[in-house]
Structures are given as structure tokens and as C-alpha cells.
Design a protein around this ligand. Structure first.
Ligand SMILES: [Zn+2]
Length: 337
């Protein structure tokens, strides 16, 4: 049987069986131990074998159990017995190391119960692996305090958790248990090199802002691009709704799919969409102005340098049509802050 079937080169696969839900794989380690694991003596003899179930990554939509025929030895020098150490296996979990790593990553994105079911372990095991994974990330951060930090959140089991990332290398450096001011403050104040953080990008969640102002006053706070993009779209929405509200049913029908078209970036509009947009712009100047304002704002946000961006923002702000100024106020205030 090919080794490549499970892609673990340290093992020899002896048999593969499968049913609807599971792969049952028999295997053994290729290398044998040559010395005693307790006293390092080379005088060891075989002392039976024992089958050990090692869980592995799901494959082809099925759970994978590797039944490793594990060798046992007796040392003639110290008289103790021991089992061979299984390569690529996490001893604590009796799973392949790659499965443990995969579970940690998956548990950030998916409910524990789904993962547990997919692998064939209890939900509690997934939870424990996830906790270890988070702790591991927490240890790793000590070596890497980002100069450009991102603060964001993800939802795990319907609960928002704060995510600290390194913007420069686009990596997650930590996930905190929640996103309260206390948790964020505790974490940041223990962070080595926190006074070297230059810039923190985040959304408008007030507790983050407070925490950073207190713990890392030197850092410049930047509003996250996604958040700004969302705000600009919300301003455009406000204008659109206002106009719609004042229209007759017939006029409203003429604005079919307006929301869909307006929220799209101009570069993604094609053919008929462009013509439709043009006709609306002629008939409802405020809608056209709002669309223009949103697009121009995105272009500024893509500006190379902060100083260039700021200059262009001032221009954009002063050129806003009076009838849409109100609707875009949340955005201008956010940027001015
Ligand atoms: Zn020994």
C-alpha cells in the first residue's frame, strides 16, 4: 500500500479499509528506536505491540483513523519498558500534529460541534485544542509586536472576539477572549515593545480607541478601510432612501435594482448598468452626486501617502454638493477625527 495515501512519509501503511463515513488505516512507523528512551542504553529488546488509534485530517469527506501498530520495548540495562515515540503525532491528543494545527485554525471560523463531527472527536476536545492554539499564538506575540497593528473582530460561536493583527505581514498575532475595553487594555499593557507601535488601524469601536489612547498614546489611530468603505456606502444609502421616499410608484419602478447598481464600484459596472446609472444621474442629480462622492472617496482612500490623501480629502469635502452634505456627514466626521 502506498505511503502517499496518507502523506505521512514516516509511516508504512499496511491496509486501508473504508465505509460510508470512515477510513480505517492500519500503519506502523518506518523507523525503530535503537536506544532506551529512559537511560539511552542500546541494549533493548522487543516486548510486544499495541494498537493505537491516531486521528488524522479528514480525507475525501470521511473521517480518518490511523491504527498504528506501536512497538513496545524492554531495556536490559535499566529493566524498564517503553513504547516507541510516534513521529508526527501529538502525544497529548493522540492525533497527528497536522490535525491539531488544522483544528486550531478551523475553530476560528467554524462551530466546534461541526469540527468535532467531521473528525470524530468530542466537542470538548475541539475546545481544548482551540484553547491551546490561542495560548500558542499568545506566546508567539512576545517576539513580534507589530509596528502597524490592526484591531478587528471575528465572531466565534456568536461571540465577538478581538483580533490583533500585523498589517505589514498580514498575519494574525492574537485572538482575545472578547472585545471589552478591559480585555484589550490588559492585553496591550502586557505587550512588550508596545511603545514602538506606530499606527493602529481599526473600526470605530470606542473601547478599542480608549484602550489605545491610554496604553499606547504614541500610536496614530487610523480607521480601517473596510469600515470606511462601509460608511461611505451607508451615506450613499441614506441619499438613495431619501430620494426614493419622495418618488411616485411609477418613478420608483424606473429605479429597478438601484441599490445593487449604486453600491457596486464603478469599475465593476458594465454595459446596461452604466447606461442605467447615467439616466438616473440625469433625472436625480443628488443620486448622481452621491454616487460620485462615494467613488471619489474610495479613490482618495487608495491614495499612496497619508499627506496626499489628506489634501485630496479636503478637496473632496469642499466639493460635496450641498444636498448630500448631510448624508455624508458621518463619513466626514469619522475621517476628521
Ligand atoms: Zn534503559
Amino acid at each position: 500500500m502506498s505511503v502517499n495515501f496518507i502523506n505521512l512519509p514516516a509511516y508504512q501503511v499496511t491496509k486501508v479499509a473504508e465505509n460510508e463515513h470512515d477510513y480505517h488505516i492500519d500503519a506502523e512507523a518506518k523507523d525503530h528506536p535503537t536506544i532506551c528512551q529512559i537511560c539511552d542504553s542500546a541494549d533493548i529488546v522487543g516486548f510486544g505491540r499495541n494498537e493505537q488509534l491516531v486521528r488524522d485530517l479528514p480525507m475525501h469527506g470521511k473521517r480518518v483513523g490511523i491504527y498504528v501498530d506501536t512497538r513496545r520495548y524492554r531495556c536490559r540495562t535499566c529493566n524498564k519498558t517503553f513504547y516507541e515515540k510516534l513521529p508526527a503525532v501529538d502525544v497529548k491528543r493522540v492525533m497527528t500534529s497536522r490535525l491539531v494545527k488544522w483544528m486550531g485554525q478551523q475553530a476560528i471560523k467554524r462551530p466546534f460541534a461541526h469540527i468535532a463531527d467531521e473528525i470524530g472527536v468530542t466537542e470538548n476536545t475541539v475546545k481544548n485544542v482551540f484553547n491551546d492554539y490561542i495560548n500558542e499564538l499568545e506566546r508567539a506575540i512576545r517576539f513580534e509586536t507589530p509596528l502597524w497593528m490592526g484591531i478587528d473582530e471575528i465572531h466565534i460561536i456568536k461571540k465577538p472576539r478581538c483580533v490583533i493583527s500585523n498589517i505589514e505581514n498580514n498575519t494574525i498575532v492574537n485572538i482575545l477572549r472578547d472585545r471589552t475595553k478591559k480585555t484589550v487594555m490588559d492585553y496591550l499593557s502586557r505587550l512588550k515593545g508596545r511603545d514602538e507601535v506606530k499606527c493602529v488601524a481599526m473600526d470605530m469601536w470606542e473601547p478599542y480607541k480608549d484602550a489605545i489612547r491610554t496604553v499606547m498614546p504614541q500610536a496614530t489611530i487610523v480607521i480601517d478601510k473596510f469600515h470606511v468603505v462601509r460608511m461611505a456606502n451607508q451615506c450613499l444609502e441614506a441619499v438613495r432612501k431619501e430620494i426614493r421616499g419622495s418618488l411616485t410608484d411609477k418613478q420608483r419602478r424606473g429605479l429597478m435594482h438601484d441599490r445593487f447598481i449604486l453600491l457596486k464600484p464603478e469599475a465593476n459596472l458594465q454595459g446596461l448598468d452604466l447606461i442605467t446609472l447615467e439616466s438616473w444621474t440625469k433625472n436625480y442629480p443628488a443620486l448622481g452626486a452621491a454616487y460620485r462622492a462615494k467613488e471619489d472617496f474610495f479613490a482618495i482612500y487608495d491614495a499612496m501617502s497619508v499627506s496626499e490623501g489628506l489634501g485630496r480629502f479636503r478637496e473632496w469635502e469642499t466639493s460635496l454638493a450641498p444636498e448630500i452634505k448631510d448624508a455624508f456627514y458621518p463619513l466626514t466626521r469619522a475621517v476628521n477625527n
